[in-house]
Design a protein around this ligand. Structure first.
Ligand code: CTP
Length: 402
């Protein structure tokens, strides 16, 4: 995706600025044309000479050259760029971006940019966790800025936690995806989808719970793909370690009961729903207030059934599209067919745990689509590609319904 693309690389005053050198080299290696813009403070962390040599272009810092009055136009920079990547992005710059403050060239360029904008946050763990920073990031996300979340690890302060700028390779992968998405046709604009994803957690006592191996990767890929095609997406998510896909509204829940309530509320305004979550079918009848201490004998925990969210949406769906998943270990097609009928799904995406590379945690999946007209088996492919194929099918079914 990066070949021939114009990437504006904004560097702010963070110790992670040293990684901008590697980032710039990787972008150039992928065939991108890179123009660097720095804040005045960033020059203290990495020299303009280093960045100019790597990017093969003079870097820009000030609004104009005081020697000859030559003007650095933020408007034309914004027009030139196919993508504006600010990496590292400090808490200070993120706050200014959220407020619309324009006191340096990097920020005026942000306000003028018509291209996709991505920020790779970098700061100390407490600054990152601070409500002010998190609210600023949420504001930027709502306005369409793609946030490349920091990694966990050792920080310049000597502390350890979430705040280290993502590695340059990961940033390059992320912007490759952003460019790919920005070129997608927005066939689903004006449509609203609910996606459920991840595993639910059913408390036994304040310490233990019942859950399952779902990583949420398939549901998150789907939510991201729907958003990339212009849909408004509400992602009702069980616990996962995944970052929120760009342009997606995420509602975090824990138990099956919480997921049921959040999903029903979002479905009220939706044109369709994709039920990707691995919802617990049973939950402890009683949750102990205190940690259950071990005794000599055995322990029995009585479980009761949870509500079936998909089945409930199936009874209320009317003309809306409902897509289900079925994860099976045996009699796969028969079980999926029975879920199609019972839960009033328009189609079911079947995974078999017997297929290598399919199912939980991995980055690939092998699925079969089952609808009222028949079956279609897809080969093993990355979950992002499976998500694209599922959304292709959603688009064609929505067209038929309208
Ligand atoms: N599902 C749901 N709410 C539940 C259980 C399942 O919304 N309480 C949804 C899943 O998200 C999936 C579909 O129903 O889209 C099928 O889920 P699955 O766990 O495969 O099947 P179950 O209905 O739980 O049946 P079984 O456990 O007997 O396979």
């Amino acid at each position: 995706m990066l070949h021939g693309k114009h990437i504006l690389l904004g560097i702010t005053g963070s110790i992670a600025a040293y990684k901008a050198a590697t980032l710039c080299r990787l972008l150039i290696k992928e065939g991108a044309d890179v123009q660097v813009v720095m804040t005045p403070l960033a020059k203290q962390f990495i020299t303009p000479l280093t960045m100019a040599t790597l990017s093969k272009r003079p870097i820009l810092v000030e609004f104009f050259d005081p020697e000859n009055g030559a003007w650095n136009s933020h408007v034309s920079l914004g027009e030139w760029a196919d993508l504006y990547l600010i990496a590292p992005a400090t808490a200070n710059t993120l706050a200014k971006m959220a407020c619309g403050i324009a006191d340096n060239l990097l920020l005026t360029t942000y306000l003028s940019a018509r291209c996709p904008v991505a920020v790779a946050a970098a700061m100390d763990l407490d600054m990152y966790a601070h409500t002010a920073t998190q609210e600023n990031l949420d504001t930027l996300r709502r306005r369409g800025v793609e946030v490349i979340e920091p990694d966990e690890g050792e920080l310049a302060s000597g502390l350890s936690g979430k705040g280290r700028m993502a590695e340059p390779e990961a940033i390059v992968r992320a912007i490759d995806g952003i460019l790919a998405r920005s070129e997608k046709k927005k066939n689903l604009s004006g449509k609203h989808f609910l996606v459920t994803a991840g595993a639910t957690i059913e408390a036994i006592d304040p310490v233990r719970f019942i859950s399952n191996h779902s990583s949420g990767k398939m549901g998150y890929a789907l939510a991201g793909e729907l958003a990339a095609r212009g849909a408004e997406v509400t992602l009702v998510s069980g616990r996962t370690a995944l970052p929120t896909p760009a342009g997606v509204r995420r509602v975090d829940v824990l138990s099956a009961e919480e997921m049921y309530r959040a999903a029903l509320e979002a479905f009220d305004h939706a044109d369709g729903a994709v039920m990707c979550a691995a919802v617990a079918d049973y939950t402890p009848e009683e949750v102990a207030d205190c940690k259950i201490k071990k005794g000599d004998g055995e322990l029995t925990i009585r479980l009761r059934r949870t509500k079936d969210i998909a089945a409930e949406l199936g009874t209320r769906k009317g003309n809306r599209l409902l897509v289900g998943f079925a994860l099976e270990t045996h009699d796969e097609e028969a079980n999926a067919q029975s879920k199609l009928e019972k839960k009033h799904f328009d189609f079911v995406v079947l995974n078999s745990l017997r297929d290598a590379g399919a199912g939980f945690r991995g980055d690939t999946n092998k699925v079969t689509f089952i609808d009222h007209a028949g079956h279609e088996s897809l080969p093993l492919m990355p979950k992002s590609e499976v998500a694209a194929r599922i959304v292709d099918k959603i688009e064609s079914m929505i067209d038929k319904k309208s």
